[in-house]
Design a protein around this ligand. Structure first.
Ligand code: GDP
Ligand code: IMO
Ligand code: MG
Length: 433
């Protein structure tokens, strides 16, 4: 069995949770490598709906070792809330989950700082999830962060006090010092530490040991490549390495242990929060997709901005990630459309281009060039094989495959596990054996 990275090829919410849940049947371990509880990965098991935030979607399979890697930032209160929710649904989380001692800890003041930065009059807000993700990663990179190893150690108070001193200065400068109860946070975090401690270990060693024993690991990305701190639409991105490279730095598993990289992409595209979006549809058709696809954020409930499949964007994310295969989700959401536009190229200042520009200004200047494909006007939800899809739907998928030059190894046409087809003979199918 292979070790596989599964990650978002667009701006997040591509259906990674559903796909990871499905594929994890074939893996011994599933590891999250970056992000935090800004993620919302939805999995439906019959009537039951789970929205996984910090815990890998593989937790829903009792025999899967679930790992929260060192690249993740952890709000212990959010983690425990999620653990308790899953336990109430009958999942033995504490037996299945291991948490990296090298992951960084989110504190309530990280959220406060984010609120200040997002609320500044002189700056365009990023439209973050307000979970304190960015400020926690800032502390990590600035080498003053607190890690899980510190949280569960008896030196925690000392480290915490020096970080709190820093934050107190900021709180004083913004005249909100009296609103942050640093002592209360210290007490609460010590309680969290006691509950989390038994699950904490060196997860890099754990994963590498499993791999040495011939076991297979699925690496679950959060967010998407266009939200990656390096390759996304900076500064309208998240603060972590969502792209494939992040799976290695975020878990401590070396690149030569990875056998395949799979991108998850909707049959169209969505984005939550601010930032450029070349193929966005602000008209009726975009609204129709939002309704049909129930495109509202699984974490914040915000309406997702909707648009059309963007070929240059996908070619770009395929290049930076090295996708072996693509999984196309939510094909069924397009069932009712007479015709389906696909952005095939960009026009910038009168010139046709297919590269993704780096600057916000340049991306905002893009005029998308669309090709329209005929719709199929018939229900596709749950159709079990490519052959059984309407011919226009097959032509649509073939078009995406040819234009992106990445094989489509799987198509999802419904939120349930079984509403997914793996294309026979595809590279993806081979990677799953
Ligand atoms: P993630 O963050 O990438 O895991 O995606 P989200 O869970 O935030 O958003 C994807 C949404 O689409 C969820 O509500 C899923 O249940 C749903 N979904 C996933 N695949 C399909 C599909 O093929 N068809 C339909 N109709 N819904 C899907
Ligand atoms: P999953 O894993 C979609 C977006 C936010 C905002 C930007 C920065 O469910 O696909 P942050 O709180 O991370 O600092 O916000 O990133 N964002 C997501 N959008 N899906 C996600 O996760 C996201 N996580 C963050 O909306 O634009
Ligand atoms: Mg999501």
């Amino acid at each position: 069995m292979s070790n596989l990275i599964v990650l978002g090829a667009q701006w997040g919410d591509e259906g990674k949770g559903k796909i990871v849940d499905l594929l994890s049947e074939k893996f011994d371990a599933v590891a999250r490598y970056q992000g935090g509880h800004n993620a919302g990965h939805t999995v439906y098991l019959g009537e039951k709906k789970f929205v996984l935030k910090l815990i890998p979607s593989g937790i829903l399979r009792p025999n899967v070792q679930a790992v929260v890697g060192n690249g993740v930032v952890i709000d212990p209160a959010a983690l425990l809330e999620e653990i308790h929710g899953l336990e109430a649904a009958g999942i033995n989380v504490k037996a299945q989950l291991k948490i990296s001692n090298r992951a960084h800890v989110i504190f309530p003041f990280h959220r406060t700082i984010e609120k200040i930065s997002e609320g500044r009059d002189d700056r365009t807000a990023i439209g973050t999830t307000s979970r304190g993700i960015g400020p926690c990663y800032e502390d990590k990179i600035a080498r003053r962060g607190i890690r899980i190893a510190d949280l569960v150690d008896n030196k925690f108070s000392q480290l915490y006090c020096s970080l709190a001193e820093d934050k107190q200065l900021i709180a004083t400068a913004f005249k909100i010092a009296e609103k942050v109860d640093f002592q209360d946070i210290l007490v609460r975090y010590k309680q969290y530490a006691d509950e989390i401690r038994p699950m904490v270990c060196d997860t890099s060693h754990l994963l590498n040991s499993l791999i040495r024993q011939g076991k297979s690991v699925l690496f679950e990305g959060a967010q998407g490549t266009m939200l990656d701190i390096d390759f996304g639409t900076y500064p309208f991105v998240t603060s972590s390495s969502a792209a494939a490279g992040g799976a290695c730095t975020g878990t401590g598993v070396a690149p030569n242990k990875i056998d395949g990289i799979v991108g998850v992409s909707k049959a169209y595209i969505t984005r939550v929060g601010a930032g450029p979006f070349p193929s966005e549809d602000l008209g009726e058709a975009g609204e129709k997709i939002r309704r049909a696809g129930n495109e509202f954020g699984s974490v914040t409930g915000r309406p997702r901005r909707c648009g059309w499949f963007d070929v240059p964007l996908l070619r770009y994310t395929a290049e930076v990630n090295g996708f072996d295969s693509l999984i196309i989700t939510k094909l069924d959401v397009l069932d009712d459309l007479d015709e389906i536009p696909v952005c095939v190229a960009y026009e910038v200042n009168g010139k046709v281009m297919t590269q993704m520009p780096a600057s916000t200004q340049a991306i905002e200047a893009i005029k998308p060039i669309f090709e329209k494909l005929p719709g199929w006007k018939t229900k596709t939800q749950g159709i079990p094989s490519l052959d059984a899809l309407p011919k226009q739907a097959r032509a649509y998928l073939k078009f995406l495959e040819e234009k992106t030059e990445v094989e489509i190894g799987s198509v999802s046409n419904g939120p349930e596990r079984n509403e997914t087809m793996i294309v026979p003979g595809s590279k993806l199918e081979k990677l799953l054996h």
